[in-house]
Design a binder for this molecule. Structure first.
Ligand SMILES: Cc1cc2nc3c(=O)[nH]c(=O)nc-3n(C[C@H](O)[C@H](O)[C@H](O)COP(=O)(O)OP(=O)(O)OC[C@H]3O[C@@H](n4cnc5c(N)ncnc54)[C@H](O)[C@@H]3O)c2cc1C
Length: 317
C-alpha cells in the first residue's frame, strides 16, 4: 500500500519509521522546508551544539526511550538543577513551589487565586476534550491560567493555551481529572499509594524519585555499579537475582528479570519461573519485576498478558 506523509517533523518521521517496519507499506514523506525535523533542530556552530527550540523530553513513556534505542541515540539526563523552575512575573523571578506550604507562602498567585485553586476539589468534570485554557479556567481559575499554565505552554510548546487541546498536549492531566474527579485529590491519592508502594524509593527521602540504572551483562561489575549513585540496579536475567542482592547489599532495590524466552513455555511453567524470580528477589529492599531485554517479536501476546496477571497475583502481599 502506498502511504504519503505530509511534513517531516517528529510526528511525520516517527509515523514513517513505524510504517517502514512493515513491508506492507511504500512510504513517501514530503517536507516543505529545506531540512527535515520541523521544530526539532540541532545546529553545530564552531564546535558548539545548539538545540534550537526543543531541548528535552519526558522519559515517562517507555516507547520514547525505546525509539531512541532503535535509532542509536543516547539522551543525556537533565541536571537536577533543571527541576527548579522560575516564572517571571510582577518584575521578578518567582521560583515554582515544590510543596503545598511553599506555594501558600509564595506571592506568585494572589490569595484570591489560591482560594480559587482550592475550589478545584469540587470543580465539575469537563468534556473529554477541550482547550487547555477552558480546562484550567474551569478547574483552577483564570489567574492560574495566566501566571502558571500559560508560561508552561509557551515553555513547552511555544503554544497558545486557547488553541491547544488538553487531551493531546497534557493527556495525563486530563486523565487524572476523568479518573479522580479532581487534580488535587488525584495527587494526594497517588502520593499515598507511592508511599505504600513497592519499596522502590529514592534514597534519603521517601519522596525522591528513584534513579534506576539499567545495564546488560553486568555480572562482573556489580561492585563498581554500587558506586554510581543509583537507587535501583537492573539485574540481567543471566545472573541469579538473589546472588546479585547479596553482592549489592541492603541499600539497593533491584529490577529484574525473567528470561524473555520463558514466555514461550506453557503457562504453568511460566508461573514457576515467575515465582522463582519473585522468591529470589524477596529479600531486596524493593523489587521491580521485569522482562530482561523486552518482549521478543514472536512471543504469544496472551502469554505476556498472563505473565502480568501472574506477577500481580503472586506478588500481592
Ligand atoms: C520553541 C519551542 C520549544 C519547544 N520545546 C520542547 C521541548 O523541550 N520538549 C518537547 O517535548 N517539546 C517541545 N516543543 C514542542 C515540540 O517541538 C512539538 O510538539 C513537536 O516538535 C511537534 O512536531 P510535529 O512533527 O507534530 O510538528 P512540526 O515539528 O511543526 O513539523 C511539521 C512539519 O511539517 C512541515 N509541513 C507543514 N505543512 C506542510 C505541507 N503542506 N507540505 C509539506 N510539509 C509541510 C513543516 O515544514 C514541518 O517540518 C517546543 C516547541 C517550540 C516551538
Amino acid at each position: 500500500m502506498k502511504v504519503v506523509i505530509v511534513g517531516a517533523g517528529i510526528s511525520g518521521l516517527t509515523t514513517a519509521y513505524a510504517l517502514l517496519n512493515s513491508s506492507q507499506f511504500d512510504v513517501t514523506v514530503y517536507e516543505a522546508d529545506s531540512r527535515p525535523g520541523g521544530k526539532i533542530w540541532s545546529d553545530k556552530t564552531d564546535g558548539f551544539l545548539c538545540e534550537k527550540g526543543v531541548n528535552g523530553f519526558l522519559d515517562n513513556k517507555p516507547k520514547t526511550l525505546q525509539l531512541c534505542g532503535y535509532l542509536g541515540l543516547e539522551p543525556l539526563k537533565s541536571s537536577d538543577n533543571a527541576r527548579r523552575r522560575f516564572i517571571f512575573s510582577s518584575g521578578k523571578l518567582n521560583q515554582l513551589s515544590e510543596s503545598p506550604l511553599s506555594f501558600l507562602k509564595s506571592d506568585l498567585i494572589s490569595w484570591h487565586g489560591k482560594l480559587r485553586i482550592i475550589y478545584e476539589l469540587i470543580a465539575p468534570k469537563g468534556p473529554e476534550d477541550e482547550t487547555v485554557a477552558d480546562f484550567v479556567i474551569r478547574r483552577l481559575g483564570k489567574e492560574s491560567l495566566e501566571k502558571l499554565i500559560d508560561p508552561m505552554c509557551s515553555g513547552i510548546f511555544a503554544g497558545d493555551p486557547y488553541k491547544m487541546s488538553i487531551r493531546h498536549c497534557f493527556p495525563r492531566i486530563k486523565e487524572l481529572e476523568q479518573n479522580y474527579g479532581s487534580l488535587i485529590r488525584a495527587m494526594i491519592k497517588l502520593q499515598k499509594e507511592r508511599r505504600k508502594g513497592s519499596g522502590v524509593r529514592g534514597q534519603g527521602s521517601e519522596d525522591k524519585t528513584p534513579i534506576i540504572y539499567f545495564v546488560g551483562e553486568c555480572a562482573g561489575l556489580l561492585e563498581e555499579i554500587k558506586t554510581c549513585g543509583a537507587d535501583v540496579i537492573g539485574i540481567d536475567w543471566r545472573i541469579n537475582i538473589d546472588d546479585a542482592i547479596k553482592r549489592l547489599g541492603s541499600r539497593f532495590s533491584v529490577q529484574g528479570n525473567l528470561d524473555p524466552c520463558a514466555l514461550f513455555l506453557p503457562k504453568d511453567k511460566i508461573r514457576e519461573r515467575i515465582k522463582e524470580v519473585l522468591n529470589r528477589a524477596s529479600f531486596a529492599r524493593g523489587h521491580i519485576f521485569n522482562l530482561g531485554h523486552g518482549v521478543l517479536p514472536e512471543t504469544p501476546v496472551e502469554n505476556v498478558a498472563a505473565m502480568v496477571e501472574m506477577v500481580h497475583r503472586l506478588s500481592r502481599k
